[in-house]
Structures are given as structure tokens and as C-alpha cells.
Ligand binder design. Sequence first.
Ligand code: HEC
Ligand code: HEC
Length: 456
Amino acid sequence: MNKNTLLAVVGISVIGLIVIAAISLKPNQLTTNEVVTQAPVPAKAVIVDPYQWTQQQKELLATLSLKSLPPLPPDPSNAAADNPAAAQFGHKLFFDKRFSSNGEVSCSTCHKPELIFTDGLARAKGVGVTPRKAMTLVGVAYSKWFFWDGRKDSMWSQALGPTESAVEHGGNRTQYAHIIDNDADYHAAYETLFGKFPDLSDAKRFPASAGPVSDPAASAGWKAMSEEDQDTINRIFSNMGKSIAAYERLLMPRPTRFDAYIDATLAGNLDEMKKQLTEAEAQGLQLFVGSAHCINCHNGPLLTNHSFHNTGVAPATDLPPDFGRREGVMTVMDDPFNCTGKYSDAGEDQCQHVRFARKEGLELLSAFKVPTLRNVAQTAPYMHSGQIATLTDVLNHYNVAALAVRGHSEASPLNLSPVDLQNLEAFLRTLSGPLATAPEFLAPPADLVQTESVKK
Ligand code: HEC
Ligand code: HEC
């Protein structure tokens, strides 16, 4: 063995020893070293492959697709709910400004089709200013409770509320009954749907202006009416609500890029997934269904569980205390137009949601209805009194999750990084798109009769 060969053998042995030593190092020693060399970074962005989903996650995603939206369940309390003629009549009532105290307010004043049936204001404005933010009406027919506090249990009964609110339409129910009576088109539409229109020609029995409202003259007029005549008016009034509800049942979202991404994910089509959502948007979706826990409340194809939760949104300081669902559930029980009342078409056993509604518990205190996130980028400002101006600020609210001023907040701090928050917002913006509703129902009816004060 010469000197060169000896050197080569020693060299190979040394390399071999190093290799053996490296292989025999336990994997956890390697990871420990890595962790030690990295300083802990607070609020580190959660980076995952945004196009990679486990089988379990795929099943979860499928539940969020509009393809999972079941057919609209019937509303047993409203016999006209799915009658197309009622929807057409309701469409007119929805846009008709004569149903107000000043001839200037209709439902569409605060629920504008071009703003996904909201109004762009923190607090809705009718004849006066309301304490709450106007809610979207898209997909609302899938709810069982209406308003931020759920103080109505059907859509037709909900529709009656704003018409008599002093700050919304500001009118009253005999006024509205007379408008329908005196408009030949409405009169005919009403009779086709609900049978003979009652004779309201006796002005002493049926004053021009009467109803259980805050206006003293109208209120006195209502109290002076016989119970039977009040009942006659109440029936016309509730049929008006039932027609408007039939129209609102047509307001539905259409699938967006988000739904197409889910389709592509379920089909295992990576190219298509990348075409539908950018990396940032898909990262946002990962957070939404994952560590940000949004899906706990914003779930199902409309991204709402249709229920009530307290998420610690700071109340507006210039408004009286808002107890949310705790008060709403009590109001609905006393409502003569609720599902169990005489103006409802439901049978005894068809109002389970009212009979078995939870009426007590700390979780009801300042709990508000979980809004749909479909088209959410188009419905700013946000929350029950429009307290939060932008989606960025909504996400900051969840990230910090301050304690509730009233009741107990279910939200806990997320500690997400600025990039995470941007990704979440990017994802929320993928939920917007045109509605599924036929275009003629997204504008005032062409043949709507308008008064002079409305035309200008
Ligand atoms: C002055 C503005 C205004 C007018 C006019 C108005 N609304 Fe609203 N609407 C609101 C506000 C504000 C809320 C939330 C109120 C609350 O929670 O107390 C709301 C809530 C609703 C909801 C509940 C949605 C949900 O998810 O629970 C429906 C449905 C609705 N309005 C339909 C109508 C109909 C139908 C009319 C006409 C008869 C109408 N609104 C007139 C402002 C208005
Ligand atoms: C514990 C239930 C719950 C969780 C979890 C939750 N939300 Fe909400 N979300 C609500 C409720 C309730 C409201 C309305 C609160 C209010 O008005 O006071 C709301 C309102 C919103 C709004 C405003 C919508 C509008 O029309 O005003 C957005 C946007 C939103 N949430 C997004 C998210 C995101 C994103 C997450 C995850 C980071 C999330 N939410 C987690 C219950 C929840």
C-alpha cells in the first residue's frame, strides 16, 4: 500500500464516519436546533399550500357552495308565499312610495337593489333616522327570524313593521288599505289573490288615517274603531305583508368565483382552482375555515347559521342600550302577527321555531343575527348599527376581540398577522357577484303608478 492509497483509504473512512454520524443523529435533535436558531415572531402569517385540502376539509368546503343550498322551504304561515301573482303585487308594493307619510319612502329607499338591498348608511334613513343598519334581503327567505334582534318570526310579519315605524315609512294601516282599495290595479290584484276586497267606503268606520302608531291622531282613530273593523283592516294589512314576502323570496345570490373554486377543488382540478382564486384569496379561505374560526357562525351556503351571537361589537355611544336578541325574542311572543296568531296561515304544529324559541340565557344579551357574507363587499358599513365602516376594520375587530360592553362575547383574539388579515379580506371579496334574481325584479316595476311628489 503506497502513501497515496493510504491517504485515500483514510479519507474515505473519515467521510464514511461523518455520513454515519449524520444519519444516526435523531431527527428531533435537528428540529430542536432549528427552533433554537429562530426567534419567536408574534402574529406570524399562517402559510399553508392554499390549494391543498384534506378530504375532511373538502367535505366542509362542499357545505359552503351555493350548490348545497336546498330548495327554499315553504312558509306555512303565508299561503301566498310562492304565488307568482303575489310576488308581482309585492314587487310593486316594495317600490311604491305612496305607502308612507310623506310620499317619499318605500322599502327600496333603504333596500336598494344596486347595493344588494342595503342603503350604504350606518343608520337607515326614512321619514326619520333609525338606530340600526339596513340589512341585505338577499337569501333572507332562508331565515326563520328577522331583524338584527329577531323580533319577527316571518317575512310577511316583518314587512309590516317598517310601514308603521315613525322613522321609516311613517304611515298607518287604514291609510294603506285605502290606497289598495282606490288603485284599480292593486284592487284587482288583491281580489285575485285574497278574495273580495272589504267595503271601506264608510269613512266613519274606516278613517283615512288610523293605526296603532305613535302619531296621536292616527292612534286615537284606531282606538275608536270596533274590534271587527280593526280585524278587517288587519287582514288587508297582513295580506300586504304576505305579498311583499312573496316578492322577497325571489331575491337570491348567484354562484361566484368562490363556488367555482369549490367545484374545482372537489373535482381535483388544480389549474381551475388557481384560475378561480388567487393564492392570497385561497389563503384567506384557509383561515376562514381554519384557525380564524369564522365558520363557527358564518357557515352553510349563505355563510350564516341564521342564529344570534354576541361578538363584542362596541355599541354606538349615542344610542340607548341595545339588548339584541334578549329583547327581540320577547317582542315576537307578544306580536299579534306572529306565526301562532290569527293572521297566520300556519297550523298549530307549524310554528315550532316560535313555540320552542330560547327565551332566556346570558348568551341572548346583546346577541345579534349573524349576517350572510354573500356580497358582503358591497354592503358597507357593517354591524347592527353600522359601527364598523370597512371590511378591514371588521377584521381588526375580530383580530383584537375586545370584551363585550354588554353580555359575553364569543369571539376570542386571533392574533393574525397583517398579511393574514389582507388574505382574509381578499377572500371575503370573492363572495360578490350579480344576483340570481330576474332583472325585472331588481328595478321598480315598469307600470308602477307614482304620485307627483315621487316623480320629481
Ligand atoms: C328607513 C329605512 C328602511 C325602510 C323604509 C325599510 N327597511 Fe327593512 N330594514 C331596515 C333596517 C334598519 C333593518 C334592521 C332593523 C332592526 O334590526 O331593527 C331592516 C331589516 C329588514 C329585514 C330583516 C332582514 C333580516 O336578515 O332579518 C327585512 C326582511 C326588511 N328589512 C324588509 C323590508 C321591507 C319589506 C320594507 C318595506 C315594507 C322595508 N324593509 C322598509 C331599514 C328599512
Ligand atoms: C361567534 C359567532 C361569529 C364568529 C366566530 C364570526 N362572526 Fe362575523 N358576525 C357574527 C355576528 C353576530 C355579526 C353581527 C354582529 C353585530 O352586528 O353586532 C357578524 C358580523 C360580521 C360581518 C359584518 C357583516 C355585515 O353585514 O354587517 C363580517 C364581514 C363578518 N362578521 C365576518 C367574519 C369573519 C371574517 C370571521 C372570522 C374572522 C367572523 N365573522 C367570525 C358572528 C360571528
